[in-house]
Ligand binder design. Structure first.
Ligand code: R5P
Length: 300
């Protein structure tokens, strides 16, 4: 059954109601008001109940890249950032080996994998790479699964996601579908609207995708669960802060950011600046001033 998109008979415009918030009676988080207590509580550890936003620090890149730049020694580069985020997005290997079990931060556990940069053409051929029992042992609040919509392995990765949701729902753990964007895949608003909506329709509790230069508010508006944005490749700090700010203004529930923080010349100042725009109402320029001030104080 074709949508009206692409139909030469098309008459009706899409209406995304971007100015109207989706209601979540009695709970602070979009799409989450009818969940059971445990799942709501886990989501409340990830998203700040005061503003519904989160800063997830993403450093799971090693699951297919090995020691990515900035993550050669997670104990040296990431642990100092831990106090300033809301949630740690990581692999179970790093969690057990490096992260103190005394951490108070929520855990978003990478639960898919099975491919590597050694075979870039096969990156979409992922499987589920963590059992639900191990996720429980690791006290995960969220499980992250990569979904490659439009790729050769679209069906398998959607199946990974659906199976993970079924397992996680038994225990009140959230699942975050991650829109994977390979080198040959689209990065258009139309693609992200489709991909994020498919994930939500199939049961994801939250979705991660990239920010787009245009129409991002239509992506967040027609996705019935929270969207967080990935940072993507390292860009100048002010650009990254602008992106985080705009995304939140356009309906994102925060960031799941990695390289733009841990590859910064001054990661702790950058982390605090991101906090400024996501949680403290700072404009990007104001947060960039904070970054520069803190960086200067560090003597960098
Ligand atoms: C990539 O697949 C990883 O899962 C990262 O978590 C994700 O890309 C976010 O990190 P970054 O902000 O570096 O893009």
């Amino acid at each position: 059954m074709a949508d009206l998109d692409g139909n030469q008979q098309e008459k009706k415009e899409k209406e995304y109601f971007t100015q109207v918030s989706q209601e979540a009676p009695g709970f602070f988080l979009k799409g989450s008001h009818q969940y059971d207590w445990g799942l709501k509580n886990r989501l409340s550890r990830v998203f700040n109940p005061k503003n519904g936003r989160t800063i997830m620090l993403a450093f799971d890149h090693g699951y297919f890249q090995g020691p990515a730049t900035g993550l050669e020694r997670v104990d040296q580069t990431i642990l100092p950032l831990e106090p300033y985020c809301d949630c740690l997005m990581l692999t179970r290997g790093i969690q057990r080996a490096v992260i103190p079990a005394s951490t108070q931060k929520a855990i978003a556990l990478r639960a898919s994998g099975g491919t590597s940069m050694a075979r870039p053409d096969f990156l979409s051929d992922e499987v589920l790479a963590c059992s639900i029992e191990d996720a429980i042992r690791l006290n995960a609040s969220v499980l992250a699964v990569q979904v490659f919509i439009g790729s050769e392995h679209e069906r398998n990765t959607i199946h990974n996601m659906v199976r993970l949701i079924d397992q996680a729902n038994r225990y009140g753990i959230a699942v975050m579908g991650v829109v994977a964007v390979g080198t040959n895949m689209e990065r258009t608003p139309k693609y992200f609207r489709m991909a994020t909506r498919i994930m939500a329709e199939l049961g994801c509790h939250m979705v991660k995708c990239y920010h787009t230069e245009t129409e991002f508010e239509t992506i967040t508006s027609c996705c019935p669960v929270p969207i967080v944005i990935a940072g993507g490749k390292k860009r100048p700090e002010l650009d990254a802060l602008r992106m985080a700010y705009q995304a939140c203004e356009q309906g994102a529930s925060g960031v799941d950011m990695g390289r733009n923080i841990f590859q910064s010349d001054a990661p702790i100042p950058m982390m605090k600046a991101v906090r400024g725009v996501v949680h403290e109402g700072m404009k990007p320029e104001e947060a960039f001033d904070l970054y520069n001030t803190l960086k200067a104080e560090e003597g960098k």
